[in-house]
Design a binder for this molecule. Structure first.
Ligand code: ATP
Ligand code: HSE
Length: 295
């Protein structure tokens, strides 16, 4: 049994903890089979092999516990999404681990799978936010209305975007610690207006309009001390023709929409370089969600 669990962009501008976009790549690949022992092996980016510490096995174990089932397993995690990247690295592994175990046990209940995956996400980032796990499972653009009961609205969208990944790390845990408990009402209203308009623009398929609706007043302003380069890289993207640009999840990855994605990516990489930070860019499209393969 093998699960492909894709990277995601959480928040997607104004949708803090609610919006999520599934990417076609990169992805984690989680292989699982029943065994007498519990073992985790990791390939690719470095994450723990201790089953109590790897997000994928934590989620698989959480599902077993929820079902009051006992079973050993051997898990192989091919880690294709860089941890602490802002691309939903822990979310993809958490979803992959829960989905792989669910498939082994022939469990189809999506709410249960997400509940188990949230245990992994919580272990990684200190918070059971679902805006990476949900798009990684369902694909497309997701609006997470409620986790319990699970209520997800999905938009099937189709466009390309450029992702820029700098060689710095931002811990999601830290990026959540810096957020205030309360925000000014005027900022909440601004985000509400942007988020509502963004959904309408996505439904129209007007990506230029979507790009102009990516501002955020709830999280990014408070995270600036952790992402001091953000404004300069954003400016470079806009000056090179991007319709819009934002942080992916809690960063450091950024994404931009536009026509000439290659030029925008190059301009953003150069802007990171001016800050003394090496970065790379890649172009991808909206992904279709996690896949289970019988191998
Ligand atoms: N399978 C796994 N995948 C990713 N991270 C893991 C995994 N197992 C354990 N971890 C640990 O979880 C932590 C992930 O931290 P964090 O949530 O900040 O990153 P992230 O999920 O990659 O961020 P983001 O969601 O913004 O991409 C790291 O300390 C990492 O070592
Ligand atoms: N919504 C989460 C996503 C983290 O990947 C946050 O911004 O903290």
């Amino acid at each position: 049994m093998k699960v492909l669990a894709p990277a995601t962009i959480a928040n997607f501008g104004p949708g803090f903890d609610v919006f999520g976009l599934c990417l076609d790549e990169p992805r984690d690949v989680i292989k699982i089979r029943e065994s007498n022992e519990i073992e985790v092996k990791v390939e690719g980016f470095n994450v723990p092999e201790d089953p109590e510490k790897n997000v994928a096995s934590i989620s698989a174990l959480a599902l077993l516990k929820m079902l009051k089932a006992e079973m050993g397993f051997k898990m192989k995690v091919k880690k294709g999404i860089r941890p602490k990247s802002g691309l939903g690295s822990s979310g993809a592994s958490a979803l992959g681990g829960a989905l792989a175990m669910a498939t082994l046990l022939e469990v189809k209940n999506k709410e249960l799978i997400i509940k188990a995956a949230l245990e992994g996400e919580k272990a990684a980032s200190g918070s059971a936010h679902g805006d990476n796990i949900v798009p990684s499972l369902f694909g497309g653009f997701t609006i997470l209305k409620s986790l319990s009961p699970l209520e997800v609205f999905k938009l099937d969208v189709n466009f390309e975007l450029v992702i820029v990944l700098p060689e710095v790390e931002v811990s999601t845990k830290r990026a959540r610690e810096v957020l205030p408990k309360y925000v000014p009402l005027s900022d909440a209203v601004r985000n509400l207006a942007l988020a509502s308009a963004l959904i309408s623009a996505l439904k129209e398929g007007d990506i230029e309009k979507v790009g102009k609706l990516l501002d955020d007043y709830l999280a990014i302003p408070y995270r600036k001390p952790l992402i001091s380069w953000f404004d300069n890289v954003r400016r470079a993207a806009l000056e090179s023709g991007a319709y819009g640009v934002s942080l992916s999840g809690s960063g450091p990855a950024m994404f931009a929409l536009g026509e000439d994605l290659r030029s925008i990516g190059e301009a953003m990489v150069e802007a990171f370089g001016n800050e003394g930070i090496r970065a790379e860019y890649f172009i991808t499209k909206v992904g279709g969600g996690a896949k289970c393969l019988d191998v």
